[in-house]
Design a protein around this ligand. Structure first.
Ligand code: TMP
Length: 228
């Protein structure tokens, strides 16, 4: 596959949506072919599934329904958006992907991780992000940030213990795959987090181009992403 798949992950309120937008704008300004998308959602069908999943009216949804709906949205997203973009050499930035399911439905809801892995293999056919930016933050601070902006969807209404299990799950997943998953302290300022992300992503783009020249904070802004 010619393109690069970058996923953003994290618990509620880490600033992943802002950071994925900033990265998108940075890469686009550098002349890079790039798209920004999200899960659940990203397609017409996915957006309908997103409504079902996030509506606070649907608090009676079973964990298995939830697992299957997130995966249904993903199957559609991969086929309609992600694969076509990767095939033409785009960078695809997705706000959440496979690790959200492992963290929320696996560690949060307690669904067997082997079952989640089995479904993931059917849905993704082996597609994994080249790089995952995991924004990590204290659970209470994250929830407070989101409630401060009145973001209270079905998952956010879960209790503190649920969100703590999700965060611990993310940290376990990151420990298992340190090459792919980069842990970023989201308690720092938006600008500090952004600078770290740009530096990590620049390295990934250069590696994929086969150029072993490593960027540093002084020259990263002048590196031409559009060249590859
Ligand atoms: P957000 O994108 O606005 O954070 O909302 C998505 C919510 O859905 C968030 O609470 C995380 C949750 N989620 C899962 O539980 N499993 C998944 O596979 C995905 C993609 C998201």
């Amino acid at each position: 596959m010619k393109g690069i798949l970058i996923s953003f992950e994290g618990i509620e309120g880490t600033g992943k949506t802002i950071q994925s937008r900033l990265l998108y704008e940075y890469l686009a300004k550098e002349g890079c072919k790039v798209i920004l998308t999200e899960e659940p959602g990203g397609t017409r069908i996915g957006l309908k599934i997103r409504d079902l999943l996030l509506s606070a009216e649907n608090r009676g949804m079973t964990p298995v329904s939830e697992l299957l709906l997130y995966n249904a949205s993903r199957a559609q997203h991969i086929k309609e958006v992600i694969l076509p973009a990767l095939k033409i050499g785009s960078v695809v930035i997705t706000d959440r992907f496979i690790d959200s399911t492992v963290a929320y439905q696996g560690y949060g809801r307690g669904i067997d991780l082997k079952l989640i892995d089995f479904i993931e293999r059917i849905v993704t056919e082996g597609l994994k992000p080249d790089i995952t930016l995991l924004l990590d933050l204290d659970v209470e601070i994250g929830l407070k940030r989101n409630r401060g902006i009145n973001k209270t969807d079905r998952l956010e209404l879960e209790d503190l213990e649920f969100h703590k299990r999700v965060r611990d799950g993310y940290l376990e997943i990151a420990a298992k795959e340190p090459e792919r998953i980069k842990l970023i302290d989201a308690s720092e300022s938006i600008e500090e987090v952004y600078n770290k992300i740009v530096s990590i992503v620049t390295d990934v783009v250069i590696n994929k181009m086969g150029n072993n020249q490593s960027p540093n904070s002084n020259n990263q802004k002048s590196y031409k992403f559009g060249d590859w």
